[in-house]
Design a protein around this ligand. Sequence first.
Ligand SMILES: [Zn+2]
Length: 99
Amino acid sequence: MEDKILFGHDLSEIDNLTEKVVLELIEKILNENDSICRCQLCVEDIFALSMNSMKPLYVQSNIKDHTFAGFDLRKVIDRDAVSAAINEAIDKVTHHPHH
Ligand SMILES: [Zn+2]
């Protein structure tokens, strides 16, 4: 990936926390349902569609205690909403697969 450099500062430690939660929950949902296709194209489409429907949450990836500006990051992201977005993406991809 291209380095994110600004004013000489390396910003590669800034991660989208939403992405981590989306990846974690896609894995969980797919593991619970064997009928969902796991080919490269379908998994990419499920991931991209899910990410497009979620708000990003950029944070320093090296923070240790899961708090950022006074928020507990684990509670900031609505995991039920993420699961719903993923299920919607799975539904679309399953009905219109690229393969
Ligand atoms: Zn597939």
